[in-house]
Design a protein around this ligand. Structure first.
Ligand SMILES: Cc1cc2nc3c(=O)[nH]c(=O)nc-3n(C[C@H](O)[C@H](O)[C@H](O)COP(=O)(O)O)c2cc1C
Length: 197
């Protein structure tokens, strides 16, 4: 029964992403990802969620990036989606698991070729030479690849957020608001609670 609430929450999240996409949002799967270092200093940035399933929410990042290093040191994260077309927000909190090389390869192979080339074109987060724009680095790197398969750049790995809290907040103060929180307790049981907005 309690596990069902987790599935209900995931189903609603997936339905919102699909609905936003069907209404023309190009970045329906994009969310703000918050992480913190060991001193609890927070950082936030946008990421693209690659998959939502019973195991959690999967994204791709460079393990040596700010977020990658924070997650290695403090494997907790929060995500915030907002779909203006739907006037709805979803917040996820969970622990983060770095995925195996095999899983990372599997999701790497599904990513757009342009993303794969960009990942090879520069080491994310390291100081860039002012004379070289990203554009020409990517063009140079693209020339190094034939039309074949591009192997995963070794620092780019898949990360999975395993949620312990999922909350939906339909926005618009004029609407009847149903803020719903789904939460997992220490024993792994999920509960549902309505909150004042
Ligand atoms: C719409 C959008 C989607 C993005 N998707 C990703 C992503 O999936 N993974 C990623 O590492 N960075 C992504 N980025 C770039 C990050 O926001 C960020 O600038 C970069 O990863 C470096 O962040 P960090 O230094 O905090 O790790 C995206 C940016 C935007 C604007």
């Amino acid at each position: 029964m309690s596990r069902d609430y987790y599935q209900v929450a995931l189903d609603r999240l997936t339905a919102l992403i699909d609905e936003a996409r069907s209404r023309g949002s190009f970045e329906a799967e994009v969310a703000a990802l918050a992480t913190a270092d060991v001193s609890a200093r927070p950082s936030v940035r946008m990421i693209s969620i690659q998959a939502v399933d019973a195991a959690g929410l999967l994204f791709f990042a460079n393990v040596r990036s700010g977020k990658g290093l924070q997650i290695l040191a403090n494997p907790q994260a929060s995500l915030c989606f907002y779909w203006p077309a739907l006037q709805e927000q979803a917040i996820i909190e969970g622990s983060v698991e770095v995925q195996s090389l095999a899983v990372s390869d599997q999701y790497w192979n599904r990513r757009m070729r342009a993303f794969q080339i960009a990942a090879w074109a520069s080491e994310q987060g390291t100081p860039a030479e002012e004379t070289k724009t990203d554009g020409n680095l990517i063009d140079q790197q693209a020339g190094n690849f034939s039309s074949g398969k591009i192997l995963r750049q070794e620092n780019w790995l898949a990360f999975r957020i395993v949620p312990y809290r999922i909350e939906f907040w339909p926005s618009g103060w004029h609407r009847r608001r149903e803020r719903i929180k789904y939460q997992r307790d220490k024993e792994g049981a999920w509960s549902k609670e309505m909150l004042n907005p």
